[in-house]
Design a protein around this ligand. Structure first.
Ligand SMILES: [Mg+2]
Length: 362
């Protein structure tokens, strides 16, 4: 059975309030949705990206996928990758391929009437998550409520917060907020921090020395992810784990980064979808590293079941909120894990068309 049609739409949903991390401020999230149909079955995939992904899917990717065997997802993936060669594959093009690739995997699983994690070959049937948010823009109260809520109300035993805002004006702010977060979650929960590349090497080393006594275990992007030597240098000077990888668009990227970090963070919605994400995890395994899936929890829940060297999945506040607005079937964490529904075919998600309409851009 061949793919008959590929439809694309884009929805932009404002955040509750302007949000920021160490190096970026944002006020909305755009979700580009791809729907691939074969016969009377439709697969749903998406990416969090720019509206330009939708244009690219329409103009370039649709023609390579329609008419292709719906059972042969890596074949369709290879045609998409070949099609964008001269456009520049990292960035927008990789996001766009991710939306279509995830739709094609969902379609295949639905055609076979099985949950996607079974089709991919599951090594587990539930995925450990950590609560992720704690934005630099939050008040101290909101920060404490959010992180404490995940631990005490939802039973998620690990959380991550953003740091590295305003170092120049108030270098003590980050440590004050991390101390507050530790008080809010208690001594038993794991506390991770993400600087989004906001420090210099010297600042990051100084921060690591202050974070360790607060029981922080994970220091994400202490310096820019482009500074691989810097990541290595900081890694050698602290017992905190150094994590990075959210801007990786292909397995080559993770091969280059792997010698410099403790954990890799591939993102299925950026690195060309499930087809390449599984390869990125395999590259990590070849360096004896675990992967932690970066955000996009609704897309990661199934493929994360198929990766032996998975640490956990980032349960990101913004994506949880946006996914619940747009989709039915969004998974709820229980006891610190997401458990894909074995009774629903594919990824188990349905687009809530009527609810989504007011956010439509394309
Ligand atoms: Mg991050």
């Amino acid at each position: 059975m061949n793919v008959d049609e590929l439809r694309v739409s884009a929805f932009t949903i404002p955040t509750e309030e302007p949000e920021s991390d160490g190096t970026l401020t944002w006020e909305a999230t755009t979700v580009v949705v791809a729907e691939a149909t074969a016969g009377d079955t439709t697969g749903l995939g998406f990416t969090y990206g720019a509206k330009a992904c939708a244009t690219l899917i329409d103009e370039k990717l649709g023609g390579t996928v329609v008419g292709h065997d719906a059972m042969d997802v890596p074949g369709a993936w290879s045609r998409m990758v070949a099609e964008v060669r001269n456009l520049g594959r990292p960035g927008i093009a990789s996001h766009a391929i991710a939306a279509v690739d995830t739709a094609l995997w969902d379609l295949k699983a639905r055609l076979l009437e099985m949950p996607l994690f079974r089709l991919l070959g599951a090594v587990r049937d539930e995925v450990p998550v950590y609560g992720s948010g704690g934005f630099c823009s939050y008040s101290e109260q909101r920060l404490a409520d959010q992180l404490g809520g995940w631990v005490h109300d939802q039973g998620i035993p690990r959380v991550k917060m953003k740091i590295a805002a305003g170092w120049g004006e108030d270098p003590g702010r980050d440590i004050k907020r991390v101390t507050l977060a530790r008080e809010a979650i208690g001594s038993g929960a794991e506390l991770m921090v993400d600087a989004n590349g906001g420090y210099t090497r010297k600042q990051a080393v100084a921060m690591a020395r202050e974070l360790a006594p607060l029981g922080v275990t994970w220091f994400e992007e202490p310096v820019s992810s482009d500074d691989l030597d810097g990541l290595s240098e900081i890694r050698g000077l602290t017992e905190l784990e150094i994590a990075a990888g959210e801007y990786g668009y292909d397995s080559w990227y993770f091969r280059r980064m792997a010698p410099h970090v403790d954990v890799l963070q591939p993102d299925v919605s950026r690195c060309m979808g499930i087809t390449e994400w599984l390869r990125c995890a395999a590259v990590a395994a070849s360096f004896n590293l675990e992967v932690s899936a970066h955000c996009a929890q609704s897309l990661h829940a199934h493929p994360a079941c198929a990766v032996p060297n998975l640490r956990h999945l980032e349960y990101f506040h913004d994506h949880n909120r946006v996914d619940r607005i747009l989709f039915d079937g969004v998974l709820e964490p229980h006891g610190g894990v997401l458990r894909p529904d074995p009774g629903r075919p594919g990824m188990g998600l349905e687009l809530k068309r009527a609810d989504a309409e007011r956010y439509r851009e394309i």
